[in-house]
Write a protein that binds this ligand. Structure first.
Ligand SMILES: NC(=O)c1ccc[n+]([C@@H]2O[C@H](COP(=O)([O-])OP(=O)(O)OC[C@H]3O[C@@H](n4cnc5c(N)ncnc54)[C@H](O)[C@@H]3O)[C@@H](O)[C@H]2O)c1
Length: 251
């Protein structure tokens, strides 16, 4: 499987390139793309449009603003695409959904299996406890651009499936108690934290806390490569980690 890597010079791009340099399953880097690449840097191109060579799939760990160019390129070449980038606007997400009518797209703000499982467990807990209050706390490194994290939103949306009246409240300030239907989302940006997400669910005198910690970026790189393999031979459509875990949950 030959991979076009969009965002090849970023933190995640570097981890994926290192993995592909010694990848035993025959997954190869077709080309890396990054606008910040120096001239001739390890064969990395500055724009997707410069590459017309062979590829089986695109993996995107770049910036949400690249969504239009990325989707246009993927559709024009009929290439499946793993969108791991986070922070898309509604318009950018709509463009990705339109592209998924023509090509297979795997989109997840978190490529780890553990977060998909965490989202299911939080949804289950919120459905079983009476009148639950839910707060989500996420912590990331100080260079992260988007807040709340895409993963916090995955968790919040999953809980909302059990609490359809719930509204997301990002951060909290000023006077006034929390309202009954809030899902609070709180973002910490500090140091080099790879990614921590905790869903706290309280019902009266008891509280359940479900926490996921990513120990290294390697986890996301492995997940993205697994997602790329998952897309091979799939029809056009929008896929996510739920499609990977649903068998395990008996859906
Ligand atoms: N889904 C997941 O599991 C997961 C895990 C980690 C990070 N992420 C997300 O992936 C993205 C990248 O994360 P990072 O930590 O590597 O960020 P980063 O800032 O270190 O790297 C992003 C790279 O993308 C490049 N870039 C910017 N615009 C581009 C464009 N138009 N085309 C191609 N490349 C472009 C930048 O030059 C930079 O090198 C972020 O949105 C982050 O939130 C997702």
């Amino acid at each position: 499987m030959d991979v076009i890597l969009n965002g090849a010079c970023g933190r995640m791009g570097v981890v994926i390139r290192e993995k592909l340099a010694s990848e035993p399953r025959g997954i190869r880097l077709a080309v890396g793309v990054d606008p910040t690449a120096n001239e001739g840097e390890n064969g990395i191109l500055r724009s997707l449009s410069e590459y017309s060579g062979y590829a089986d799939v695109i993996i995107d760990f770049s910036n949400h603003k690249s969504a239009y160019e990325l989707m246009e390129y993927a559709v024009s070449r009929g290439l499946p695409c793993v969108v791991a980038t986070t922070g898309h606007t509604d318009e950018e997400r709509a463009a990705i959904e339109r592209a998924a009518e023509k090509i297979p797209v795997f989109m997840s703000a978190n490529m780890s299996l553990g977060v998909a499982v965490t989202a299911r467990l939080a949804k289950l807990a919120a459905s079983l406890l009476p009148e639950p209050e839910v707060e989500i706390v996420e912590t990331h490194h100080d260079k992260k651009l988007d807040a709340p994290s895409g993963t916090a939103l995955i968790l919040a949306r999953s809980v909302k499936e059990s609490l359809p009246e719930a509204e997301f409240v990002c951060g909290r300030s000023g006077h006034g108690a929390r309202t009954k239907n809030e899902i609070g989302i709180h973002s910490l940006r500090i140091g080099g934290v790879v990614g921590e997400h905790e869903v706290i669910i309280s019902s009266g005198d008891e509280m359940i806390s479900i926490k996921h910690t990513a120990a290294s970026r390697s986890l996301f790189a492995d997940g993205a490569l697994a997602a790329a393999e998952f897309l091979m031979g799939k029809p056009a459509g929008l896929y996510d980690m739920n499609d990977v875990v649903k068998d395990a949950f008996g859906d």
